[in-house]
Design a protein around this ligand. Structure first.
Ligand code: FEO
Length: 408
């Protein structure tokens, strides 16, 4: 671990995190580009570690700290978020470092005790300050963003916001800063992270950003717990967070489906034709090929969700049920939707899909298209018409390409 070194991110702060090149599944979220677990060292009179890393990466964290200072010289640890990717090695770090104090939010104190039996954690009030001698850290609670314990902390001397999961992304890289990475990758991974982790709490994200802006904190660096440190594209990522929080939807539709013998796939493609003809940008996502995280990522700005499933043993297809369960939990707001599917004999899938969509407060366009066995020309025409009908319902939404404008 001698090769692991800290990276200076501001006058008094170093990144001392760990890079996880291998992870491909983060509690059900596909992480094709791996991730990082970021931790930061504030070189104040009271040397302070902000967050830690997942348990197996403790040696990497220690090696990076040792490239700056012996870990035993750390005085304080601030735990902004108690999820185990940031606290897994915290008990071992406390044993080794024996810090004078460990700080967390009030809910964080409860969570750290519940997870690890840690006691003697000092609770920081919302808006409270931690005195590091020659510097101060201010803590702001961000409850439910995305755990009840979550808070962010701010080092005024360096204008650094330690934002825990907020503004993060699952992206393993040796590049530590936003301006060292491709804009497309930044957009894709940041939007994927927001959609899969923060979508359910998007209304809270909007309020937190407003609070930070109104508090007048000057921010030159955003140091999240995953992915690159933001130093050059802060207005861009904040603007994207505002848009995603406000659910600014676009003239874009997602068709999610699965198929047993190609009939439902043929229907999906005919619906795609109708949507395209109606001027809508379409993503056709096979549930088996795409997986839940990819589907939800596309939903971050889509105005319509159209779901197709064959009937299997009187039910919807399991891969489609998986994705619907996942989407339902994240509660995307403002969508219109529709359903379709082929069947052999009983044919419950479309009725069940409509029930799912209505339960998710998705406004249905029509009753759905349900066809027996293999679609004929007139069946496919009904599908195309469904696509046109959905397109008509979202025709006033803006073009999605505006969102992907690069940040440079
Ligand atoms: Fe990166 Fe909510 O943990």
């Amino acid at each position: 671990m001698k090769a692991c070194r800290a990276v200076k991110i501001s006058d008094n702060v170093c990144w001392v995190g760990a890079i996880d090149w291998d992870i491909r599944n983060f509690h059900g979220y596909s992480t094709g580009r791996g991730t990082t677990y970021n931790a930061y060292l504030i070189m104040a009179e009271k040397v302070t570690l902000v967050d830690a890393v997942k348990a197996p990466f403790r040696e990497e964290l220690l090696a990076r700290i040792r490239s700056v200072i012996e870990p035993e010289k750390i005085d304080y640890i601030i735990s902004n978020h108690s999820e185990m990717d940031h606290t897994g090695c915290l008990p071992a770090m406390i044993d080794l470092v024996k810090p004078e104090k460990v700080f967390a939010s009030k809910k964080g104190v409860e969570a750290l005790e519940a997870h690890f039996g840690l006691k003697d954690i000092t609770a920081v009030e919302d808006g409270g300050e931690i005195d590091l001698g020659n510097m101060k850290v201010t803590c702001l609670e961000t409850r439910l963003l995305h755990w009840p314990d979550s808070m962010v902390s701010y080092l005024a001397e360096d204008k650094v916001l330690f934002s825990q999961d907020g503004f993060g992304m699952h992206l393993a890289s040796n590049e530590r800063f936003d301006d060292e990475l491709d804009d497309y990758v930044l957009y894709h991974e940041a939007s994927k992270y927001f959609a899969n982790i923060l979508l359910l709490y998007s209304h809270i994200a909007g309020k937190v950003i407003k609070r930070i802006e109104e508090s007048g904190l000057e921010i030159e660096t955003i140091a999240p717990d995953h992915g690159p440190v933001w130093r050059s594209k802060i207005p861009w990522i904040i603007d994207l967070y505002k848009k995603w929080s406000a659910r600014e939807l676009k003239r874009k539709a997602i068709i999610v489906y699965d198929s047993m013998w190609d009939s439902t796939r043929m229907m999906a493609r005919a619906i795609e034709d109708g949507l395209t003809e109606g001027g809508v940008h379409v993503k056709v996502l096979n549930a088996t090929a795409s997986g839940r995280a990819e589907v939800v990522t596309e939903l971050i700005d889509a105005g319509a969700l159209i779901v197709g499933s064959p009937t299997l043993n009187n039910q919807i297809f399991p891969t489609v049920a998986d994705i619907l369960t996942y989407i339902k939990g994240l509660k995307p707001k403002g969508l219109v939707g529709a359903s379709f599917g082929s069947y052999g004999w009983s044919g419950e899938a479309v009725r069940l899909l409509n029930a799912w969509l209505e339960d998710m407060k998705i406004e249905l366009v029509g009753e759905g298209v349900r066809i027996n066995y293999v679609p004929k020309a007139n069946d496919l025409e009904r599908c195309r018409q469904l696509g046109l009908d959905v397109a008509k319902r979202i025709e006033d939404l803006p073009d999605p390409l505006i969102v992907t404008t690069v940040c440079t």
